[in-house]
Ligand binder design. Sequence first.
Ligand code: SAH
Length: 480
Amino acid sequence: MRQCLVSDLGGYYTAETAGRDQFGQKGDFVTSPEISQTFGELVGLWVVAEWMAQGKKREGVYLMEVGPGRGTLMDDILRTIRNFKDFSSSIEAVYLVEASQGLRQAQHKLLCGDNPLKETESGHESYSKYAKDLKIVWCEDVRLLPKEGNKTPFIVAHEFFDALPIHIFQSVPPAAAEQIQTPTGPIDAKKLPRSSRENQWRELVVSPTPPFATHSDLGTPKNMQSGPVPDFQLTLSKAATPHSMYLPEQSDRYKAIKSTDHALIEVSPESHAYAADFAVRIGGGQLPTARHQQSRPNTHTVSAPSEQDVVEKSQPSGAALIMDYGPASTIPANSLRGIKRHEHVSPLSEAGTVDISADVDFLGLAESAINASLGVEVHGPIDQARFLTAMGIQERAAQLVKQALDKERGGKKDDNSERKKEDLTETVKRIETGWKRLVDRGPQGMGKLYQFMAIVPHRPVKQGEQMRRPVAFGGDIAVS
Ligand code: SAH
């Protein structure tokens, strides 16, 4: 999955194919920030509200985004926060984590205009088109970005976690598990006493499909059979793999379903490492280095100095907002998917030209964040419709419609405010259909499928006090 998406040798995001654009109607998929500017504006407002609630730090604040795509979300955030001078002047730098050179260039163009892009030791940097002294820094890996205890990070991740690689495991009943792997070598499962003949986790591994295989041989789902026969297939490993021996043992959530025969789980260690990284930036603490090393085997990892993984904070500060699709509390299963030109295709065909993603395990991310830092708490996930509605999407859209109409009438305020729908211009239609699509609560609607989860500083609650909740997560604007 990692190689298919971000390999230097023709990854979906990283291949240098001139003029290729993954996003938008002509590309493969459309994301919320690309549908309506209100999305990024409201995320920007959420960040401002959180900054206010945390006592309006006047310095050391930074913005960070992982997987910024075309850069639209960050551009909308930066434009919005210009209306909050105290906040925007407290921002020291903007950090972007992006594996793709092509997308980095697109982000640079959008966010920096003509300001030159300079290569640095750890990546690239330039300056914002909105403020000449606001540095924008790019890195390919979050571990290359400085982690300092006296800083206040505001981190956003939209449709990033779903692109991080997963491992798939299946719980196999003992009869099917002929051999049990132990540190001293394999033993025959049938010879073991009944009590120790528990289900075992086995990994689904990727292997090439046999020559001349057909869709029906491979059991390709019907709705994906119009595409080419997949080059790869998932097969159940006959014995334990290094990953199956430790990853599904990492959480009680996985252990709880181990006894369910043939249960499937998807585990994304790299996602857990990112959530832990965010938590440590916000709440302080130490990242378990071993987990990092294990999280990305066989990849071109960059080894970060270990002192980078320790963050001492006098007081937790900042926040992370994770926006993605996936179940709110259950462990994802059967969610690996391929997308091409807005259609579902097999994730195991046409490697490098198909977008591959999987559901995000929100509760798993919350668990990683909390385990990584004593200084954080997690709110949500809540669905996108609820978040955006609470943040005022309808009101903001109405404002944009009014602005568009005023503009159309040459800036004149006229008395014909009850204009009929048929008279609405294309711009107005776009605004209206855009915001409504984002909060659509239908079964396949974006408002319901996408979830928002926030990692914020932990505030111990004194007796008789209410827990402070972030705005949109049940809380109100608060200034401390
Ligand atoms: N947030 C954007 C783009 C989502 S697509 C939007 O919502 O429109 C996923 C983004 O993550 C792309 O920018 C892709 O290049 C980046 N990405 C994917 N895997 C990555 C990885 N392992 N490391 C860094 N960036 C990655």
